[in-house]
Design a binder for this molecule. Sequence first.
Ligand code: SAM
Length: 221
Amino acid sequence: MDESDLYRKWMRLVENLEREGIIKSEKVKRAFLRVPRYKFVSDRYKEYAHVDEPLPIPAGQTISAPHMVAIMLELAELEGGMNVLEVGAGSGWNAALIYELVKREVYTIERVSDLVEFARKNLERAGYKDKVHVIWGDGSKGYPPNAPYDRIIVTAGAPKVPEPLIEQLKVGGKLLIPVGSYHLWQELLEVIKLDEDNNTKIKNHGGVAFVPLIGEHGWRE
Ligand code: SAM
């Protein structure tokens, strides 16, 4: 399948997500059209990139399904200039989408070194080399050097909300994180930081299925 076929299929998926009310805003739609998922998967999966399901990436991990990514980006209410941390770089796709929404350098942290390389290569090829920084480390501890953040988006499932992530949010900032069991069942939580004492307001957006967040404030290996 050549690139124009891949892009045509991608456009159709984006239109479907919009029709289903999953993509709600013009800005998220524009970001999706600018950053097609096929640029962030291995060659053998490119022809499936428009299918609304997770796909395999190296190290037994996944690139999330487009509808899930759209739901989280709509909930994040990203605006130009926001400082965003993503936890779980994976392929680098979501971080590139975030960049398109904030137009400011994005930090994304990944614990698996092979995936750090995979994400960096994908991002470089797609034109995001200096726009998205892929950090190798345990994102359950956040990434203090660039804190405080307006938004933290976690794309792996945690047993509980990691305290350091709340600490690294600005007051009024928002954390999106799947919290629940180790094996692919969590609830998507929207955590808003209310004050400097780390009090929060939490909204539950229902059931989701992510790979586990493994680390000091996540699941043990
Ligand atoms: N956002 C990714 C994308 O756009 O392709 C998909 C992320 S995948 C569903 C979850 C990722 O979280 C995996 O790559 C996994 O290795 C990573 N991960 C798990 N625990 C982590 C941790 N403590 N710190 C950073 N990354 C972690």
